[in-house]
Design a protein around this ligand. Sequence first.
Ligand code: PLP
Length: 362
Amino acid sequence: MKIPFIDLHKQYLKYKDEIDCEIAEVLNSSIYIGGEKIALLEEKLAKFIGSKRAIVCSSGTDALLLSLMALDIKKGDEVITTPFTFIATAEVISLLGATPVFVDIDEKTYNIDPKKIEQKITKNTKALLPVSLYGQPADMDEINKIAKKYNLKVIEDGCQSFGATYKGQNSCNLSDIGCTSFFPSKPLGCYGDGGAIFTDDEELALKIKMLLNHGQNERYKHKYIGINGRLDAIQAAVLLVKLKYFPNEIKQRENIGKRYTTLLKDSNVITPYIKNDRSSVYAQYSIRVKNREKIIKHLNKKGIPTAIHYPTPLHLQECFRYLGYKEGDFEVAEQISKEIMSLPMSPFLSKNDQDSIVKELL
Ligand SMILES: *Cc1c(COP(=O)(O)O)cnc(C)c1O
């Protein structure tokens, strides 16, 4: 038995004719950067999310970086975020010379605990950067309320939650700015690196659009110090096809995620806790177990791949040693990082394969 962790090949074969055709169109057009596919994709993404504007860019990391740049986050500023996420979330804060300030997570959802945010706010705090981890939106109402009280901006890191909903609204459309990633293994992935930024603020959108193109407002006129953060036309072509089928894939992801939870109901495994006012796209199906190493070894031996998202919380990473955190600072994040592991997950995981995974797990 050999089950893929995420079945990207099956997905490609399913949409192959259309994807190949769209890519060929780009190749024949000789317009590889910019062009009408980028504009069309931005229009369709904004419509899908329900935001006024969508701006596509080179990656989820750059989406976060550009958002912080657009808000003028700089040296001396503090941005509050979670220590239990992928490195990129906090990396971009540091990259701009600002300080990531960590707040521990909720024991059940693994998202930032809004009850612990206020005590970390100082006169230097400029923004809150919650992550909608594993595909479930963070507690955005509570977070937005705190932001309003202290006049802070909120950026949602929706790199794992594109397609999820919160009280009837789409993730990435729940705060001042929403960011997502189209890395191949994300819920909506392209065939290289890609990302997008969502906002209702036209002025901010315009600035972001300039920042990702070297701060240009017209050719060779540079208003801001920017970056090369553009998405290329081939990735836009892939996304235009995949976006059409994405609503159906969201349903399949949800069915498979819920089926795992049902199959694991009467076991010692702690399954994802999804609050009833929101949905998850199960970017990862992550469970908590006590004897992780033994379980992983057994599953891998049986041809079932696993992953750990994430084995080390960010405050204990070498690159953030300068921030002065130590073991014990965020007990929940530290405990979860010792027990968490992810099972194979994709909209094309068959019932048979899922049954085999669960059988070997229990
Ligand atoms: C994947 C991911 C990113 C970065 O996205 P890239 O497209 O790989 O740069 C940022 N934050 C989170 C939570 C992610 O999962």
